[in-house]
Design a protein around this ligand. Structure first.
Ligand code: HEC
Ligand code: HEC
Length: 252
């Protein structure tokens, strides 16, 4: 599923890129605003981010940025670092020129700092939500074993007993999981994908009233379980699956 959505994206992106505005070709009436002089969040976002994160920060193949719960938990420094440096090993590219990207440090700052201004955090105390960052790496075997129990309670109803897909798509899919960092998996467990109908960690964020909110430990255990699924399911190694999935992806 995730991998298929990315596949479609690539084709659309290439057609769009071929069809209009070759970089550097001034349009009539443009009066040559040089690309590095653009400091408007909306313009920068539309040119650099919307293809993956969606036109209004949602409904794209990449994690939504216009997500009230994400905006509560994500630290400002993490927004700046991710936009500047990207997430190596995932489709999220670096944007800072110093990291080989296309934008100036000033433009990276406008984008990173503009996200919370453009889209608004939920009115909930961060203390009431599992932390954005993991306390331990998502690879511990005991944690992923506990994750199976949590998965049955919180995820299997939509994704199937083993994440093979049911009402919602398959997530037990090394090709998809290999394109996601541990951080992104953890974030999906906490925030869900409300733009696509996936609930977050508690009844305030899309779960039914009787649902016991996921604890910090349960979030950790689920993230470890999903991370462990990168390595199995199809008989291919995670590294091989990654090569297949990334082949043809337009890494900048
Ligand atoms: C080619 C696709 C692509 C483009 C273009 C892109 N992103 Fe991303 N972005 C991703 C993916 C995929 C992830 C999730 C990476 C991971 O697995 O951690 C991501 C993650 C992020 C995150 C972290 C989200 C989280 O849950 O912690 C931020 C912030 C972000 N991108 C901002 C931007 C901004 C701002 C731009 C434009 C300057 C941009 N991205 C352009 C694909 C993209
Ligand atoms: C009420 C149904 C529902 C529940 C419960 C649910 N999901 Fe989802 N999930 C969805 C839907 C809908 C999507 C969107 C894509 C699709 O249809 O497969 C999705 C997408 C995802 C994705 C992929 C995100 C992407 O951008 O492609 C992951 C990972 C995921 N879910 C993990 C989980 C985990 C882990 C749990 C348990 C904590 C869970 N889901 C619980 C419905 C659900």
């Amino acid at each position: 599923m995730g991998a298929h959505r990315w596949g479609g994206m690539v084709v659309v992106g290439l057609i769009a890129a071929a069809g209009c505005d070759p970089p550097g070709k001034p349009r009539p009436g443009d009066d040559a605003v040089r690309p590095e002089q653009v400091l408007d969040f909306g313009k920068l976002y539309a040119q650099n981010c919307s293809g993956c994160h969606g036109a209004d920060g949602r409904l794209g193949p990449a994690p939504p940025l216009n997500d009230p719960l994400f905006l509560v938990i994500v630290p400002d420094a993490e927004l700046r670092r991710t936009v500047a440096e990207g997430r190596p090993g995932t489709p999220m590219p670096p944007f800072d020129q110093a990291k080989g990207g296309p934008l100036t440090a000033e433009q990276v700052r406008v984008l990173a700092d503009g996200i919370k201004r453009r889209w608004h955090p939920a009115t909930v105390s961060p203390a009431a939500v599992p932390a954005y960052a993991a306390a331990s790496p998502a690879t511990d075997g005991e944690s992923s074993a506990r994750g199976i129990v949590v998965f049955a309670r919180a995820c299997a109803g939509c994704h199937g007993d083993h994440g093979q897909g049911s009402d919602a798509g398959a997530i037990h899919d090394p090709a998809f999981l290999t394109l996601c960092s541990d951080q992104a998996l953890r974030r999906y467990v906490i925030t869900g994908r409300p733009d696509l109908g996936m609930p977050g960690f508690s009844p305030s964020f899309g779960r039914p009233a009787g649902f016991q909110p996921l604890s910090a430990q349960e979030v950790e255990d689920l993230s470890a379980l999903l991370a462990s699924w990168r390595k199995d399911g199809t008989g291919r190694s995670a590294a091989a699956a990654g090569t297949v999935a990334r082949g043809g992806f337009p890494l900048p």
